[in-house]
Design a protein around this ligand. Structure first.
Ligand SMILES: C[S@@+](CC[C@H](N)C(=O)[O-])C[C@H]1O[C@@H](n2cnc3c(N)ncnc32)[C@H](O)[C@@H]1O
Length: 428
């Protein structure tokens, strides 16, 4: 690699240290960290012995030590779909990218590795990406033209978490080969790789579903196993719409509702028509369970049309839109709000240690003792394995660059452009 052991890095928006963990594992030394969140700072200091600074907007670039690598998973609210999507117009959040630029301009480190939510790639019709790309280019960095979108499950970690990674190499150091990944050749991964045995969890009862919750899910399981339909429903099941259309809560105002909602109400009604007998028995029983109200009287079956469906083989999340069931192959992205996944086959929630593993932190990492804080911090964090992966690519790791670079994977055609042949992905 083109970087010496002992290289110095800074960790902006450091959170609990996803970047730190990976860079230190690659032989780097952290010379500065910053995060505005006091709880994150405590976790960081506890694990890495460095007390991060607070608000980066208040820090002069000249007060930050010299470094070779700048790391920054800058806040995503301004870009993410969940946020207001104001991008650079959002003065408080969107401009934090410009704090990165300010520090890059002053110190001109050899490399910078940045990360953001997937939506950054398409935000404002690609304009946000262009502003980021062009700013970094003007500051003297080579950056791949297209945003690189990548997820831990592409390297065998069972979490689906697509994020944009921005590798920047100072122009005098060299060029980055274009990055290529064949999305059709995702390696196999299994949730068993990160699950603890139940007997390894000292406070197991805190994570286990209560009997009434098990009964509530059992009822939904009975539903999905017994309804008659051409294929298992991909639309949300709303229990209060499993009835004659005139009894649905939307009946009076249906034609004023948005098209998608009208569509769901009609589909639920059609499902009811085909399953009147079963539902006449099932609904009163399901309603007896104290959990069966509001969003918990809704089901989002996102497993597809499988034979012999069984909810308990899958992963669930209790979301404002309903009980969401996803295939049991890998977890949906950890999020910073309380939607901790339920591991169907264990009839319990994910533990913070398992969340740490989903972000590829080592088992020696000590998370916040307050469980909600720990979940939030891992939900905000970056996958350590992916930092390591992109850092190595950016530092010129030949093996990785050859495996993932278009220049090597695609022979050049007569026009000098890569010929679009899909390289074989070795499964090991
Ligand atoms: C997406 S998280 C990054 C998490 C980090 N990469 C990790 O591995 O845990 C963004 C972080 O930026 C921090 N942040 C937001 N505004 C900030 C500011 N003005 N100065 C410093 N940190 C800030 C947040 O507290 C949050 O921890």
């Amino acid at each position: 690699m083109n970087i010496e052991k002992g290289f110095k890095f800074i960790d902006l928006f450091c959170g609990i240290g996803g970047f730190h963990q990976a860079m230190a594992d690659l032989g780097g030394e952290c010379v500065y960290a910053s995060d505005i969140d006091a709880d994150c700072r405590k976790t960081y200091e506890h694990n890495y012995g460095i007390k991060p600074d607070g608000d980066i907007t208040k820090v002069e670039a000249a007060d930050i030590p010299e470094h070779d690598v700048l790391c920054g998973g800058f806040p995503c609210q301004a870009f993410s779909k969940a946020g207001k999507r104001l991008g650079f117009a959002d003065e408080t959040k969107g401009t934090l990218f410009f704090d990165i630029c300010r520090i890059l301009k002053h110190h001109q480190p050899k490399y910078a590795l940045l990360e953001n939510v997937r939506n950054l790639a398409s935000h404002d019709h690609g304009n946000t990406w262009k502003v980021i790309h062009d700013n970094l280019d003007e500051l003297g960095y080579n950056v791949i033209d297209e945003p690189v979108i990548f997820s831990p499950h592409y390297i065998g970690v069972p979490q689906h978490r697509e994020r944009v990674f921005i590798m920047c190499v100072r122009k005098d150091i060299g060029k980055l080969p274009p990055f290529y990944f064949n999305i059709n050749k995702i390696p196999k991964c299994s949730i068993d790789d990160i699950l603890l045995d139940d007997n390894e969890i000292p406070d197991l009862d805190k994570f286990q579903l209560r009997d009434d919750q098990i009964e509530w899910i059992d009822n939904w399981n009975e539903f999905i196993q017994n309804i008659k339909c051409d294929k298992l429903p991909g639309f949300p099941i709303w229990a209060d719409c499993l009835c004659p259309i005139e009894e649905s809560p939307f009946f009076e105002t249906l034609d004023q509702q948005p098209k998608w909602l009208q569509n769901f109400v009609i589909k639920n009604n059609e499902l009811w028509s085909k399953n009147k007998e079963f539902l006449a028995e099932w609904l009163p029983k399901a309603k007896k369970n104290k959990n069966f109200f509001g969003s918990k009287a809704k089901l989002e079956w996102q497993v597809g049309d499988v034979e012999n469906p069984n909810i308990w083989e899958h992963i669930m999340q209790i979301r404002p839109s309903g009980l969401r069931v996803k295939p049991g192959t890998y977890f949906p992205a950890l999020v910073a709000i309380t939607q901790t996944s339920i591991v169907g086959k264990r009839k319990r929630f994910l533990t913070p240690r398992e969340c740490a593993r989903l972000q590829s932190f080592p088992d020696t990492f000590q998370y916040d003792v307050k469980r909600t804080q720990a979940y939030k911090q891992f939900g905000n964090s970056i996958n350590v394995g992916l930092v390591s992966f992109f850092a190595r690519y950016m530092f010129g790791d030949k093996e990785l660059q050859e495996k993932y670079s278009k220049n090597v994977q695609f022979p050049l055609g007569d026009d000098g452009q890569p010929r679009l042949e899909f390289p074989e992905w070795d499964e090991d």
